[in-house]
Design a protein around this ligand. Sequence first.
Ligand code: PGA
Length: 227
Amino acid sequence: MKYLIGNWKANKNLTEVEEWFKTFADLFNQKRPDWSNNLEVVICPPFVYLQKTSVLIKNYSLPIKLGAQDVAPFGNGPYTGEVIASQLSELVEYVIIGHSERRKNFGESDEILSEKVKQANAAGLKIIYCVPDDQTIIPKSISIVAYEPVWAIGSGKPETPTNASQVAKVIKNNPKVTAVIYGGSVKPDNVVSYLEAADISGVLPGGASLDPLQFWQIIVNASNTKA
Ligand code: PGA
């Protein structure tokens, strides 16, 4: 099973969300491919669209799962502006924790991230834990890690599949880690090279997931890999 996780970050308005799904569903309905045996396709929209996207996925009968881009390090209580794990668990199956943009722009430390992991685990969310290298602390309970070198994110200069696979192999020394996925300038034309690399179990495209045509092509190309 390979993971394709689309991270929309802080992009799109409501009309653009609806257009994304209309275009994607049109492509899907031309052949209605069944990728459920070899691909886990997840999109992570901004919090404010999770409800809407869950309805759109249901109405268009799309084999796509939902993920959140972040979660609070607290349970319910006086934490203005936060979205907590138990609320997310009503809408999503996955949550991204520790994305480098959160570490950098919001000062999220390993300690804060481990609190987020505790909350997400308690709510039964599947965690995609992001690290920029193979030296960063990974909480013990984590099974899915995304290796995302900071310089490759949004730069159009991806890490080579060989290097990414080597880093993934080191990350897999963490006893519970079963899947390491790669993120950083993944596009339709390079996705297969990552999926065919020995220790990589999926990809996490940001920019390319914003365009339904590109995200669709990533899925089509991924479905044709032997891996
Ligand atoms: P990118 O983003 O595909 O636009 O490089 C990846 C990520 O930050 O998750």
